[in-house]
Design a protein around this ligand. Structure first.
Ligand code: DGL
Length: 267
């Protein structure tokens, strides 16, 4: 058993959808969430910059004595995280590996949506191709506008429906059986995406997949906590003006205990 905390980081508030899943699967753990709100978005940044940010975020979480780290951000998970993992002794989970691991062998046409940094990295594609020996068709699309729409609370509106239609229309003729919602913000558009595909496509939430994987790992290593609290300490590199509103949308509750830190110090 270990009652050390689980560290989670994201480029900003989107990772709260991943934290939501972790709290669901592992309610007896305590968490430290770091949102890099001063440097968000990661989805338009270069691989080198994202890797630099990821290292600082990990260094900060390590300074808090966490027992494991979850990279909630798809953009960070897609850009050099395998290299970074080798630099640290602590188990680090990204969202890509667990998502691909959990894909059904029956899939034949899969779609992936995410930020530019995720889609251009081909992180999901490469892992999927390896698992399925190139035997399935992969289609992808960067959907950058969905991030600000989610943060503005414009999910489930006519604007989000039009935006989903705009981005996904090219998938209509592809006969997809599954779609990876490869960005922390996209689970907020589950309803519109499901409606777009008339319920015929299985939607995959990487946050859920990583939460399952961390649960298995902690059980196997006998590292589960028994705090019965689901307590979360929040750290941010900037306090956005509409922070509380966004938190409520992404996590479903208000957060009182958040602190601002200077992330650049954790080089
Ligand atoms: N958290 C990012 C992701 O999952 C979305 C926001 C950003 O671009 O930083 O890719």
């Amino acid at each position: 058993m270990s009652n050390n905390k689980i560290g989670v980081f994201d480029s900003g508030v989107g990772g709260l959808t991943v934290l939501y899943q972790l709290l669901k699967y592992l309610p007896n753990e305590e968490y430290i969430y770091f949102g890099d709100t001063a440097r968000v978005p990661y989805g338009t940044k270069s691989r080198e910059t994202i890797m630099n940010f990821s290292r600082q975020n990990i260094n900060f979480l390590l300074s808090k004595g966490v027992k494991t780290i979850v990279v909630a951000c798809n953009s960070a998970s897609s850009n050099g995280i395998e290299t970074i993992k080798k630099e640290y002794d602590i188990p680090i989970f990204d969202v890509i590996g667990p998502t691909v691991k959990n894909l059904s062998r029956k899939i034949s046409n899969i779609g992936i949506i995410g930020t530019y940094a995720t889609i251009e990295s081909k992180s999901y594609d490469n892992k999927i191709k390896k698992k399925f020996n190139n035997k399935l068709k992969i289609f992808h699309k960067a959907c950058p506008l969905l991030v600000p729409l989610a943060e503005e609370g414009l999910n489930n509106t006519s604007i989000s429906k039009i935006t989903i239609e705009h981005y996904l229309k090219e998938f209509r003729t592809k006969d997809l059986d599954s779609l990876i919602m490869g960005c922390t913000h996209y689970p907020l558009f589950k309803k519109e995406i499901r409606d777009f595909f008339e319920g015929k496509v299985k939607l995959i939430n990487p946050g859920k997949m990583v939460a399952k994987e961390v649960t298995l790992f902690l059980k196997e290593k006998e590292m589960l906590g028994d705090k019965k609290s689901g307590w979360v300490e929040f750290y941010l590199s900037d306090i956005p003006r509409n922070f509380q509103k966004i938190v409520r949308r992404f996590l479903g509750k208000k957060v009182e205990n958040f602190k601002r830190i200077d992330i650049e110090r954790y080089k």
